[in-house]
Design a protein around this ligand. Structure first.
Ligand SMILES: NC(=O)c1ccc[n+]([C@@H]2O[C@H](COP(=O)([O-])OP(=O)(O)OC[C@H]3O[C@@H](n4cnc5c(N)ncnc54)[C@H](O)[C@@H]3O)[C@@H](O)[C@H]2O)c1
Length: 353
């Protein structure tokens, strides 16, 4: 018999999408948790929950035996402790990206996930973005031949959402969490850029070496670079490039191009449009007018993500987007940051245990 899913969601900003997704899937909402009592009240009413189902302390949620699934959508700095505790309490876990912010924390999470018989999935949601799913289908169909170059980006202006970082917060977790996006450990390449890096990894594999340059002209409130460009060297003769800007003066965009031996795909994910360039009858010259493939845009496709997670639990499947996958993406991001700091290429270390 299928395991009945009783879900708790920790953190209700991004978590509101997971709440919706779990309900949409038909799971039972067992509990919600947020330190912001106004948010708690809002979603208590929206999902018609009782006082006993609403928590400000996530550790109390784990004491509930009826809850078997926890979705973690709290600030990145909390992910490690929460994932470890959830798994130790016998809950299946869907943890928002990035898995964590430091090498020490990703290694600890991978170890905890390996030691547990519960499912642990990371929410690298680009793999459910409708335009990127279509891109993957096109590449896998062979229409552009073998990939030799891919470029993508994460360009998202954080100017209005970042609070000036106060170094005095470093050792005070509560204060740190109140300004968690400005924490120097939450470099833009790891925090948001992990979406673009994960997309590259999905199509091209694990880079063996990265070389990056950063600059810092846009976000005076943080100490880390607001803009980074990295070149990634993949096996099988593939080169990648990623552009991450958390201070750019343009609307959110994730333009992505994939170059193959028989054609090229140019994707504007925010419009849901893919231009498909292929070679003509002579097998050499490219057709100048591309075929246009369009899809309905679903950027934060939490519903599809939850469906996959639920199926893994219900069918007792191996988790595709497991802790190791999340750790690899963070490791590449950390290598990019390190390379930009030392001005030399860096080889990611994919050994986490
Ligand atoms: N997949 C995506 O595209 C995507 C988009 C945005 C954010 N995220 C990730 O989701 C997570 C949350 O991001 P966000 O944008 O919702 O951040 P946010 O700061 O807007 O909201 C975080 C929520 O968590 C609550 N919170 C903070 N500390 C808590 C604690 N100890 N216990 C319970 N609740 C607590 C806050 O009150 C707030 O409601 C982060 O890991 C972030 O990287 C993912």
């Amino acid at each position: 018999m299928k395991e009945k899913l009783v879900v708790a969601v920790l953190g209700l900003q991004m978590g509101r999408r997971h709440l919706f997704a779990a309900k949409e899937y038909g799971a039972e909402i067992g509990a919600i948790c947020d330190i912001d009592t106004q948010k708690l009240a809002k979603y208590k009413e929206e999902y018609q929950l009782s006082d006993e189902q609403c928590y400000t302390d996530w550790k109390e949620v784990l004491k509930r035996d009826d809850i078997n699934v926890v979705v973690i959508a709290t600030p990145d700095q909390l992910h490690r402790e929460e994932v470890e505790a959830c798994l130790a309490a016998g809950k299946h876990v869907l943890c928002e990206k990035p898995l964590a912010l430091t090498r020490e924390d990703i290694c600890a999470i991978v170890k905890a996930a390996n030691a547990s018989d519960k499912k642990c999935m990371v929410g690298q949601v680009s793999r459910f973005h409708t335009a990127f799913v279509k891109l993957k289908e096109l590449v896998d169909s062979g229409i552009i031949g073998d990939i030799y170059y891919m470029e993508t980006e994460y360009a998202h202006d954080y100017a209005t959402i970042l609070k000036p970082w106060d170094p005095a917060c470093e050792h005070d977790m509560d204060k740190k969490i109140s300004m968690w996006r400005s924490d120097p450990q939450r470099h833009g390449v790891v925090g948001g850029g992990c979406h673009a890096v994960d997309l590259l990894r999905w199509f091209c594999g694990d880079p063996t070496e990265v070389m990056a340059y950063g600059t810092h002209k846009m976000l005076p409130q943080v100490s880390y670079d607001d803009t980074t460009v990295a070149i990634l060297n993949f096996p099988n003769g593939i080169i990648g490039k990623v552009f991450v800007s958390t201070g750019c003066k343009r609307p959110y965009t994730r333009m992505t191009s994939i170059y193959g031996t028989k054609g090229t795909l140019v994707c504007d994910s925010t419009k849901g449009e893919i231009k498909v360039y292929t070679v003509g009858e002579d097998g050499v010259r490219v057709n100048e007018t591309p075929e246009i493939v369009t899809v309905e845009v679903k950027d934060h496709n939490a519903v599809a993500e939850f469906v996959k997670f639920a199926q893994h639990i219900e069918n007792d499947e191996v988790v595709e987007m497991d802790a190791d996958l999340g750790a690899r993406t963070v490791e590449v991001c950390l290598s990019i940051v390190r390379s930009s700091e030392i001005g030399k290429p860096v080889s990611p270390n994919y050994q986490f245990t």
